[in-house]
Design a protein around this ligand. Sequence first.
Ligand SMILES: CC(C)(COP(=O)(O)OP(=O)(O)OC[C@H]1O[C@@H](n2cnc3c(N)ncnc32)[C@H](O)[C@@H]1OP(=O)(O)O)[C@@H](O)C(=O)NCCC(=O)NCCS
Length: 419
Amino acid sequence: MKALEGIKVLDFTHVQSGPTCTQLLGWFGADVIKVERPGVGDATRNQLVDVPGADSLYFTMLNHNKRSIELNPKNEKGKAVLTRLVEECDVLVENFAPGALDRMGFSWERIQEINPRIIMASIKGFGPGKYQDCKVYENVAQCAGGSASTTGFRDGPPLVTGAQVGDSGTGLHLCLGIVTALFQREKTGRGQKVTTAMQDSVLNLARVKLRDQQRLEKGPLTEYSQFGEGIPFGDATPRAGNDSGGGQPGRILKCKGWEQDPNAYTYFIIQAAIWDKVCDVIGEQDWKTKEGYANPPERLDKLNEIFTRIENWTMTKTKFEVMDICNPHDIPVGPILSMKEISEDESLFATGTLVKVDHPVRGDYISVGCPIKFSDSSVEVKRSPLLGEHTLEILSDVLGFNGEELKNIIASGAVGNVN
Ligand SMILES: CC(C)(COP(=O)(O)OP(=O)(O)OC[C@H]1O[C@@H](n2cnc3c(N)ncnc32)[C@H](O)[C@@H]1OP(=O)(O)O)[C@@H](O)C(=O)NCCC(=O)NCCS
């Protein structure tokens, strides 16, 4: 049995944030019915196309384990079909621009009227307030949620991250909200509305930077490199480069081959508990007892000197040798892995974190599988649906339309070209 078996999800999501959420629900075993605009579908089907004529990797990698129905709820018959879907489903997930669902005639009040047990889950860029009507994409959320102002180097501009904390991060938050609401519904029998704003999700993930904002009011942030460099702090949490976000100082350091390989680097943390071992590994035994080096707080104004010395050592080793040497001593280090190295890592395929998926139009591709592992609910990654691939089976098997009624729906144009 799969954890969410029997749960039907009306997936009215597009682009990245919403689809990440419904893909998780699909992996957990829910029947996810993706509603797409007839003849067009989710815009990402045709974005960043690498195989002409095939759905893009952008789409396929975010829409596994779903069925697709083409449906235009702005058409009268389409409205009737969507109403039936709302009646049938346990969860409706959407991430349209603010007001779009209301304009279709499906406000939260109307949805509750149709199905009081339904959980309606929405992603918007901002919560209620002055920006509530704005359309928002990933990087806007990273900027508005405090991530960009605290990412990058002090002497450079704010930076966005490669990890999609705005879109996928919000999808994860929403997914947790949905399963929590399903759990509550077990007891109350009632559905509810669950909303997640992208700004809020990014801020939640950047909470250590708000921590630092408040610490800054009490004095300098001593674990930031700029403290040791004697550069005064301003009134807001600064960009910390590659300094560790926690209480244990850390840096990204060059490894052997860095001149040619842009990823020949390691992250290196000088956790207080293993300081003596770090000194042994790099050959600075004196630092174990030397004044100004022996105690963690005394080292904070010498981080540049200390990490330069460690880097002199890491530059003589590959990033994997650093890992092999340091791990037995419990020294926390991590090689900077390229996406090429990750995509060739057999151990990630063995755990299902990476999967090879077959697709009828594009052929084999690699995707990220479910990152959450269950001991009693297996996850099988199924390819994304073609546009409208399941229109007919959803209309007949899920919604019970048949005969003349079905013919009329198809003839109305509400569900695209059904073969
Ligand atoms: C992502 C976003 C910026 C995209 O904006 P967009 O491409 O202009 O898309 P919208 O959500 O505004 O929807 C466009 C229209 O398509 C219509 N539409 C959507 N599905 C439809 C369907 N199946 N049939 C007919 N029309 C449909 C909507 O009703 C809307 O029409 P309206 O504006 O006339 O009412 C916007 O949806 C948004 O801000 N979403 C919330 C935040 C979010 O999730 N952002 C991250 C995306 S990764």
